[in-house]
Design a protein around this ligand. Structure first.
Ligand code: PXP
Length: 256
């Protein structure tokens, strides 16, 4: 199976909120995250990712409902592990939910989940979501302890945080790639579906391709940035054109 692309459309909502936060129902509100999702799908995206944050700073509840009703590809809901978000996910029933740490002050998700030290909170959350048919992914740093903890909790997937890789150069980047390779190998051995995301671009993907067993990439910032100049459909197509060169055959995780 080829490497799949989930397009993160949060930044389309960020742009909308910059102007219309106080008047969400005005007829002139733009741009529409749903329209962005449909454009991404038209370009060949395999899924749509949206992060409903506790403070609703970009994506809002109505966006999630519209996306769930209108898109053709699977919806991946990024969310913090809170009772409020679990309730929403159980009502909306997205195909998958990616659990992320959420800190109010951060501009975007900064680090991976500390799974190993939060098993008591994460375990029941994973169980409830997966019992309702939503496959759970844990957004973690490429750290073997976290990969093991994700498998122990029964999550179907992990999403390896590639932010450190994206921000490192030279020897540091080489070291980050080695961490990602080891984490992906262990994830695969433990039966987890291995995904990756954060800070990925058309330029850094070829280096990421040293990492085996990847099945899905979630990419937002770079695609939306490029879309300002060439349009979203073309920006998604450019990313997909790079992704077809992923050299490893990816097999789905063998659990769930
Ligand atoms: N995956 C997760 C879990 C994220 O939190 C984010 C950022 O919202 C992304 C992927 C996409 O990252 P970027 O916008 O840097 O492509």
């Amino acid at each position: 199976m080829s490497l799949r692309l989930g397009v993160n459309i949060d930044h389309v909502a960020t742009l909308r909120q910059a102007r219309y936060r106080e008047m969400p129902d005005a007829p002139q509100v733009e741009p529409s995250p749903l329209e962005a999702a449909l454009e991404a799908e038209a370009a060949g995206a395999h899924g749509i990712t949206a992060h409903l944050r506790a403070d609703r700073r970009h994506i809002v509840d109505a966006d999630i409902q519209r996306l769930r009703a209108e898109i053709a590809t699977p919806l991946n809901l990024e969310m913090g592990c809170t009772e409020e978000m679990i309730g929403i996910a159980l009502r909306v029933r997205p195909a998958s939910a990616c659990l992320v740490p959420e800190h109010r002050q951060e501009v975007t998700t900064e680090g991976g989940l500390a799974v190993a030290s939060q098993k008591g909170t994460l375990g029941p959350c994973i169980e409830r979501l997966q019992a309702a048919g939503t496959r759970v992914s844990l957004f973690i740093d490429p750290d073997l302890e976290q990969v093991r903890a994700a498998a122990e909790l029964g999550a179907a997937m992990i999403e390896l945080h590639t932010g450190a890789f994206a921000n490192a150069f030279g020897a540091e980047r080489t070291a980050e790639i080695a961490r990602l390779v080891e984490a992906a190998q262990l994830g695969q051995q433990l039966g987890l579906q291995v995904n990756a995301g954060h800070g990925l671009t058309c330029r850094n993907l070829p280096e990421l391709f040293a990492v085996p067993h990847l099945q899905e990439l979630n990419i937002g910032h770079s695609i939306v940035s490029r879309a300002v100049f060439v349009g979203l459909r073309a920006a998604v197509a450019e990313m997909l054109a790079v992704m077809v060169h992923y050299p490893h055959v990816s097999h789905p995780g063998n659990r769930h």
